[in-house]
Design a protein around this ligand. Structure first.
Ligand code: PGA
Length: 255
């Protein structure tokens, strides 16, 4: 973390978990536990939970995000949701290009870029995910891939729009597996992302961008991961479904 130059952001990614009533209950449990956070706290929830989550977080320091957004403003795209729709519901953030979407739903670097542009043009903050598979890591492609994914996602994003972008480095092999990257691996991966941003926008701009780590971050390892210079927060899956665990991560990010 380096709070002097960039924001620390802890974001939960609930994935396909929690009904609206369960969302309300979990948020009510979390609110008092994270109220003194010295970092931004975000919960990215399923579309159908958004209304309940916005209602439950009213007057609190928790912001609400969605887990995806379509790249067109409206039209014949059955099952999709636009940035305007999210914005009107009170959503502030949106996760884009999560590895599960890349793996199971045909998301590509091109569609990640289009969704990022749609989110930014629609006034949302984008949490853009990048990350290598175990095979790519073992072949020695981690740096090349992270830089490529980062630059592709940011194609045609202006330096001004970049202020509303967070990049989440999520090694695919660490997501939901219980295998966490070591703090040094997380710092290195986040450093590759920051270097790619520096190549595209300059070093000074790159220093101001929040780069999260995600992949089995939990109450036990958050402290060490967040102590690293390039780790400006976390995108938290499993541990964001438990109020106590999530609040411990928020506290680690509040130091
Ligand atoms: P995990 O998920 O914390 O359960 O590994 C992280 C993510 O997929 O964003």
């Amino acid at each position: 973390m380096n709070k002097q130059v960039r924001k620390t952001v802890i974001a939960g990614n609930w994935k396909m978990n929690k009904t609206p009533s369960e969302a309300t209950a979990l948020i009510n449990e979390m609110k008092p536990l994270v109220k003194d956070a010295d970092c931004d706290v975000v919960l990215c929830v399923p579309f159908v939970d958004i209304a309940a989550a916005i209602e439950a977080t009213k007057g609190s320091n928790i912001k609400i995000g969605a887990e995806n957004v379509h790249f067109k403003a409206s039209g014949a795209y059955t099952g999709e949701i636009s940035a305007d729709m999210l914005k009107e519901c009170g959503v502030e953030y949106v996760v884009i290009g999560h590895s599960e979407r890349r793996q199971y739903f045909g998301e590509t670097d091109q569609t990640v870029n289009l969704r990022t542009l749609a989110a930014l043009n629609g006034g949302l903050k984008a949490i853009v995910c990048v990350g290598e598979t175990l095979e790519q890591r073992e072949l020695g492609y981690t740096e090349t891939l992270l830089k490529y994914q980062t630059k592709m996602a940011l194609t045609n994003v202006t330096a001004d729009q970049l202020k509303n972008v967070i990049i989440a480095y999520e090694p695919v092999w660490a997501i939901g597996t219980g295998v966490t990257a070591t703090a040094d691996q997380a710092d290195e991966g986040n450093g590759f992302v920051r270097a790619a941003i520096a190549e595209a926008y300059g070093k000074d701009v790159a220093e101001t961008v929040t780069v999260q780590y995600g992949g089995s971050m939990n109450a036990k390892n958050a402290d060490e991961l967040l102590s690293k210079y390039n780790v400006d927060g976390g995108l938290i899956g499993g541990a964001s479904l438990k109020a106590e665990d999530f609040s411990i991560i928020v506290k680690a990010a509040s130091k």
